[in-house]
Design a protein around this ligand. Sequence first.
Ligand code: SER
Length: 315
Amino acid sequence: MVLGATGQIGSELVLELRKRFGGENVIGVGHSRTPSEAVLGSGPYETGDVLNIERIDELCEKHDIGTVYHLAAVLSGVGEKRPQFAWDLNMNGLINVLEVARERDIKVFWPSSIAVFGNNCPHVNTPQDTVLQPTTMYGVTKVAGELLCDYYHRKYDVDVRSVRYAGIISAETPPGGGTTDYAVAIFYEAVRNNRYTCFVNERTVLPMIYMPDCINAAIGVMEAPSERISTRHSYNLNGHSFSAAHLAEIVRERSPGFTIEYEPDFRQAIADSWPDSMDDSRAAKDWGWRTEWSLERMADDMFTKLRDRKASGTL
Ligand code: SER
């Protein structure tokens, strides 16, 4: 079961899981957004709010669920506008899922984030284990969530696994209100108008990964033998680190005449508080994580997909 099946990751994870395990065996669950035709047409879909524990429990019972990917959450930008809501959805959603998992012996995937880090840890090759003092509500919920996952594993033996995602670049469903969204929006706007106004400055460096790698990491950590999982908090996951200016160059090479302006807003401070890159050697060693998409190949694929969507009128 994928909670958050209408979101950026969920809408693509559902399809990949269905490819691997069969359409009928993967239940998409969404709440506020409309699911894509691909999600609706390839297997079961239900509506459900992660804040409603009875509903989540009922869906697990109805579909005899063995594994939950819990992706429903508020991202960093929206979290700063609505901090109490971010706390409520991110924390109570997670504890509801962990409670149902405890009762029903369900395996859980829950994504943490680069947002667990703050200003007072190394920002280059940030270690797996370091000071976690985030400055955003989103980051606060991710640190607390990691602790909660580890607690449920220790106390109740819940098989919960997690990775710390950085920015995720994808061409199907746009992200909903994060700080790393500029790295997605730049491609969309290049294809739509050949220009983009970027909300962080050109020197901003953050790690990013492409959606197929993001999905491989989720399924990879979930399929690893339990004894290989050496942390129940969350694994650093790096991908590629590049500046906004470098990304703009990559885009311009594929979209001649592309122009970019920089108008940093409140998300600049968030981006500055996050690492430039993370040391993800633990994930590599424990369960074989590695990125398969270079920045160049990802950019080619983004343009192919978004241009196809534009041609078919869905962009
Ligand atoms: N992509 C997320 C955000 O920007 C980071 O986990 O909020």
